[in-house]
Design a protein around this ligand. Sequence first.
Ligand SMILES: [Zn+2]
Ligand SMILES: [Zn+2]
Length: 123
Amino acid sequence: MIKCEIPGCINEGCHSHHIVFRSQGGPDIAMNLIRLCPYHHNMSPEGVHMNPALDKRLKRVLQKEYETVFEFEEKELTVELVADRIGMSKKKAEKYFSKVPKNPDGTMDRENIIRRLMGGRLY
Ligand SMILES: [Zn+2]
Ligand SMILES: [Zn+2]
């Protein structure tokens, strides 16, 4: 059985939770998924769907991970490179990032990529 990913929690019987909800534009990639026990998912006041502080904490950690994946110095962030780093197919990424502003050479800025992955806002 897989244990809950909340530090200190030893509960099992986990669900897969989208850190940035699919309804908010969160992608279906491993980085955006976390295993949560029923208690930390949505069946108690401590569940991520009921507890805004926990929700925000998970989103902040995820944003930091994206910031690490896309280094500051990099200028040429092509859709191919982004797809490769986050484990998304190129075809899916082209659609997913289609509304992100592109530079004249077709690349995207790091902040705009992260904003898209975070569902339109930064934490
Ligand atoms: Zn959920
Ligand atoms: Zn838990």
